[in-house]
Write a protein that binds this ligand. Structure first.
Ligand SMILES: [Mg+2]
Length: 388
């Protein structure tokens, strides 16, 4: 079955050590160990790639690490700084999709529209590198298991894929330890039964696997065939996508405001469709000349993802709540997400549905040339005709 969405695993490389090297140029290119003091019973929390060459690994006693790599520089770790950097990375993720499962401070799964995974992975890798100067590896596939393994294969600092059709050639020759649910004890037991590679596991009789692995046998056998239906565990807080702008000068004209809202509606619509989701609620935010700010929402009987549908709901809200102006700020937000893209060029909407075809065409243009090429007749008021 074709996957509905692509899954990405984004994992910052040697995260704490990378942040230390970023903040202190004297540490760059050197073996760096973040963790507890070697005098006590400290362990290595993270080690830079330079230190890994000496065989140092995380969770290793600091004393042992320093025997392996005597020239390593030990730093104590600054959790608040790492949290701050992780938050900046997360802000980058949120540009691409609201569907994010935070696994740990340096690791997250993202779900995007099927077919958009590679492009998104490369864009995230580039943004984290260019804007934050941090190395990150991204694995792209159809499920969490394969995305995770793709990421391991891509490390460090690269983007890789492992698609279900590559399971036989790439996953089967790997050691069974590659799979989640196989720790050192299970590995030993399975090895004794002659099960060493993932392929052996894929063809083991379920009953004998159940004797060794207990209740997880079924899932692990599925993993060995590249199958994984674990959903992303999204956070429960309200999720939304929004665009908002404070104007350089207050806007007095209602038509100009509608032009701004149309652009914002198109912006959030594009992001919804890129993520492969639809939304039930549209929210308009307005700030008036006296700084009074209002937000007004409208929920739809059916979820939507088209630019025009979002714009029409926004326009209604504006008509009802705009007051007399002038306005200093406007924003459009969508929330109440459901999985599943309503439109796609591959699976076209009914032929008479011109709006859906137009939207899908605009999305292709946006992906190819960026948002500036696509417009709908109305433009932001600041841009005059001669600009084009
Ligand atoms: Mg990491």
């Amino acid at each position: 079955m074709k996957n509905k969405r692509d899954i990405l695993l984004c994992d910052l490389d040697a995260f704490f050590a990378s942040v230390e090297q970023l903040d202190n140029s004297a540490l760059r290119g050197k073996p760096v160990l973040v963790g507890g003091s070697p005098e006590g019973r400290g362990v290595v929390s993270t080690c830079s790639y330079e230190a890994r060459k000496f065989g140092v690994r995380s969770a290793m006693p600091m004393k042992k690490a320093l025997v392996l790599c005597p020239e390593a520089i030990v730093v104590g770790g600054r959790m608040s700084r790492y949290k701050e950097a992780a938050q900046q990375v997360r802000k980058i993720f949120e540009r691409f999709t609201p569907d994010i499962e935070i696994v740990s401070i340096d690791e997250a799964y993202l779900a995007v529209k099927a077919g958009a995974g590679c492009k998104t992975g490369l864009a995230i890798h580039g943004a984290v590198r260019d804007e934050l100067n941090l190395p990150i590896s991204v694995g792209v596939s159809a499920n969490k298991l394969l995305a995770k393994i793709a990421c391991e294969l891509a490390k460090p600092n690269d983007v890789g894929t492992l698609w279900p059709e590559e399971v036989e050639t790439k996953l089967w020759p790997m050691s069974i330890r590659t799979l989640p649910g196989i720790g050192p004890v299970a590995e030993q037991k399975l090895n004794r039964c002659g099960i060493k590679k993932v392929k052996d596991l894929a063809f083991s009789p379920p009953e004998s696997l159940a004797r060794i692995l207990g209740s997880s046998a079924g899932a692990v056998r599925g993993y060995a065939r590249g199958m994984d239906n674990r959903p992303l565990e999204l956070e429960h807080e309200a999720k939304s996508i929004s665009e908002e702008a404070t104007f350089p000068e207050d806007i007095y004209d209602r038509e100009d405001m509608l032009a701004v809202l149309m652009e914002q509606a198109a912006g959030v619509g594009y992001r919804l469709r890129s993520a492969g989701i639809t939304a039930r609620t549209v929210t308009l935010k307005l700030r008036f000349k006296d700084f009074k700010t209002i937000t007004r929402s409208k929920s739809m009987p059916e979820t939507i993802s088209g630019d025009s549908e979002i714009y029409l709901a926004t326009k209604k809200l504006f008509g009802a709540h705009c007051g007399s102006g002038p306005w200093r700020l406007a924003g459009v937000q969508v929330s109440g997400f459901e999985e599943g893209s309503q439109m796609s060029l591959l699976k076209p909407a009914p032929a008479d549905d011109k709006e859906h075809i137009l939207t899908a065409t605009r999305d292709v243009l946006r992906e190819k040339y960026g948002s500036e090429v696509v417009f709908q007749g109305k433009r932001l008021p600041k841009k005059k005709k001669e600009d084009f």
